[in-house]
Design a protein around this ligand. Structure first.
Ligand SMILES: Cc1cc2nc3c(=O)[nH]c(=O)nc-3n(C[C@H](O)[C@H](O)[C@H](O)COP(=O)(O)O)c2cc1C
Length: 411
């Protein structure tokens, strides 16, 4: 491994960000010789990484977790410390930060014992947590079969417990010791929870498998948005302006921003929100200004605007994939328009919107969508909302097929 890493570095394949290596004992090494095993790996690999994690918490190496016992862990950390403190020679690498990775199944007392080692052994931080050997209660037979397997469980079922451990470690160290929060992080909301519990960094493992490599960007973007919101609102300004605050956020992120805006309104602070998301606007605004092509068409309380919208139900059909979308949109729109009791509202970009003049027409529409087959990807029935209000306004203005912007003011 040391050779491979050296070759990568030589070939210019080393990333610009810090690289950590996770040290575990070999399965064949008896526990009594664990310290020697960790020390040998560390000695060999020390020049090839920026920081190291002592993994004494994997349930997949038999008995490894016994090394979380204070005396056993102290022996390992002492051996690594000795290597770091060896008299400097010309080509000796500089000391590397060493962190300890803990199991979520440890008691708070056992965690506190590990914390007692961090000062004397110069531990740079704690990684919390590894996978768990516990299993959640479930009556689902399929899950029961999965949970019956031995080994560590990662992902969602671990999330709350690992956050609890991060919180405990942060409280005990008064935030002075860096904590890497890991366990069940799938999105920015999960990462934010770990950070607000006390994590300085977060790590994603299972989330990467389910969401793919783009998970990093999504989490970083979501965290940036939350930070920007927190910064903007920290001083409780009397008036705040928000430009598309819900754009690109997952539902949890939208819920956070909605709650923050509602809280401001309750505290008597005003917010002006520019948004193209009518559902979001309806969730936060007290008054709405409808803007189109640089002109303000209408300013009114949200309730007043919604009261003006016809109560007829709206049906949205999403059709076709990218290749066949245009032709299918026209075909589906023609079919919908030919049905009695249905008024075609718009058809563009794979979205056909119709209004039910009578509720009974819905069954004909569903039958027609069914007959079209897989070309119709989804059919959604909803109550009319600000979109219809906007379309009615723009229609009165003589414009054709506009987007649906709305601008809302909370409070
Ligand atoms: C397949 C698999 C292999 C893992 N290997 C290691 C390992 O070698 N060393 C280690 O410290 N943790 C290991 N872990 C634990 C993860 O690094 C992480 O701490 C744990 O899975 C919780 O995070 P997650 O819910 O994001 O997966 C492994 C986890 C999985 C699922």
């Amino acid at each position: 491994m040391a050779q491979t890493l050296a070759q990568w570095k030589k070939a210019g394949l080393w990333p610009a960000h810090p690289v950590g290596l996770n040290l575990g004992k070999s399965k064949s090494t008896p526990l009594a010789r664990a310290a020697e095993d960790y020390a040998n790996s560390f000695r060999l690999l020390r020049p090839h990484a920026d920081f190291f994690v002592v993994n004494v918490s994997s349930p997949n190496t038999p008995n490894l977790r016994q090394l979380q016992d204070k005396a056993a862990l102290d022996e390992i950390l002492a051996a690594l410390q000795q290597i770091q403190q060896a008299p400097a020679s010309a080509n000796a690498p500089p000391p590397r930060p060493i962190l300890v990775k803990v199991a979520p199944d440890l008691s708070f007392e056992a965690l506190d014992e590990i914390l007692e080692l961090t000062g004397p052994r110069h531990v740079a931080g704690i990684v919390a947590t590894n996978t768990t050997i516990t299993r959640p209660d479930t009556s689902d037979p399929q899950l029961r079969r999965v949970y019956a397997a031995s080994g560590g469980l990662s992902g969602r079922p671990l999330c709350a417990r690992s956050t609890e451990i991060v919180r405990h470690l942060c409280r005990q160290t008064r935030g002075a010791l860096p904590i890497i929060g890991v366990g069940g992080i799938f999105n920015a909301a999960d990462a934010w929870e770990k950070i607000t519990a006390g994590a300085s960094l977060v790590q994603v493992y299972t989330g990467m498998i389910y969401e793919g490599p783009s998970i990093n960007r999504q989490i970083v973007n979501g965290l940036r948005r939350r930070l920007a919101l927190a910064q903007a609102l920290a001083h409780r300004p009397a008036l705040s302006l928000f430009d598309e605050p819900s754009a690109g956020l997952d539902p949890d992120g939208v819920a956070v921003i909605t709650a923050a805006l509602r809280a401001r309104a309750l505290a008597g602070q005003s917010s002006v929100v520019a948004s193209n998301d009518p559902e979001f606007v309806a969730g936060v605004a007290d008054r709405v200004a409808m803007l189109h092509q640089g002109r303000c068409l209408r300013v009114a309380p949200l309730e007043e605007l919604l009261a003006e919208v016809p109560r007829r139900r709206i049906v949205e059909l999403r059709v076709g994939d990218e290749g066949a979308q245009a032709a299918l949109t026209v075909a589906v729109a023609e079919r919908v328009a030919s049905l009695p009791g249905i008024r075609l509202v718009s058809a563009a970009g794979g979205l056909v919107i119709a209004e039910l003049e009578e509720d009974a027409a819905l069954s004909d529409l569903v039958a027609a969508a069914d007959a079209i087959g897989s070309g119709v990807r989804s059919l959604e029935v909803r109550r009319p909302d600000l979109r219809e209000c906007f379309h009615a306004l723009v229609g009165r203005d003589g414009e054709a097929e506009p987007p649906a912007p709305a601008s809302g003011g909370a409070r």
